[in-house]
Design a protein around this ligand. Structure first.
Ligand SMILES: N[C@@H](CCC(=O)N[C@@H](CS)C(=O)NCC(=O)O)C(=O)O
Length: 206
């Protein structure tokens, strides 16, 4: 199996963490610059959205990080991060969808305004966007913090795909000034995630 990735992509990072945790055999295909015409053309051959991550397993091509995570788990005998029990599995799915719809978009406002824009030389943060980000993170951060009040991991006592999913967009929380440090349960959980071998093994070198 091959995985197209970029080291700064949180979508690729969550897949890479799952692959590392499951010890899934992946041949890594680095896409250094998704805007560079030759690399973009190569990416477009496997994903019409020209985005990473993309998994290629023989003739089967799969894009969308959440689908790839589930696919890797399903292919791994004895895995425990994507439970077989229907309700436990739907709980994991719930947090994966919640991340896609609410959590990652809220955090990405800070990533874009305070980090990427500066990195690209696009000027300072837009105060209106930051204000909107603060409202969104306050709303959804409180939900995640409450979920983690009596739980070691997001879905209970066992590490799951939900943890890899929700932690990935926090990777650059400091550089991006994400307003999450006030959430004690969330920060304690994130510290646990950062101790996982899968987190450490997928830390970008840059
Ligand atoms: N919903 C997609 C999001 C993928 C995505 O947005 N990838 C970003 C990097 S995090 C990307 O490739 N951006 C390049 C572009 O949009 O041109 C997933 O979960 O895989």
């Amino acid at each position: 199996m091959q995985l197209y990735y970029n080291p700064l992509s949180s979508s690729a990072r969550r897949v890479m963490m799952v692959a590392a945790h499951l010890d899934a055999p992946l041949e890594m295909r680095l896409v250094t610059n998704m805007l560079e015409p030759a690399q973009r053309a190569e990416l477009l051959r496997v994903n019409p959205n020209a985005k990473v991550p993309v998994l290629v397993d023989g003739e089967f091509v799969l894009w969308e990080s959440y689908a790839i995570m589930q696919y890797l788990a399903e292919k791994t005998p004895g895995q425990t991060v994507y439970p077989a029990d229907l309700q436990a599995r739907m709980d994991v799915n719930r947090w994966m969808f919640w991340n896609a719809q609410h959590w990652a978009p809220a955090l990405s406002i800070f990533n874009w305004e305070n980090h990427i824009k500066r990195w690209l030389g696009m000027g300072g943060a837009d105060p209106a966007a930051i204000a909107r980000g603060q409202t969104e993170v306050a709303r959804f951060g409180a939900v995640l913090d409450a979920q983690l009040k009596d739980r070691q991991w997001v879905c209970g006592d066992a590490l799951s795909l939900a943890d890899f999913t929700l932690a990935a967009p926090l990777a650059d929380m400091e550089e991006s000034g994400m307003p999450v440090t006030g959430y004690a349960n969330l920060m304690a959980w994130f510290a646990r995630v950062k101790e996982l071998p899968a987190w450490k093994a997928t830390q970008p070198a840059v």
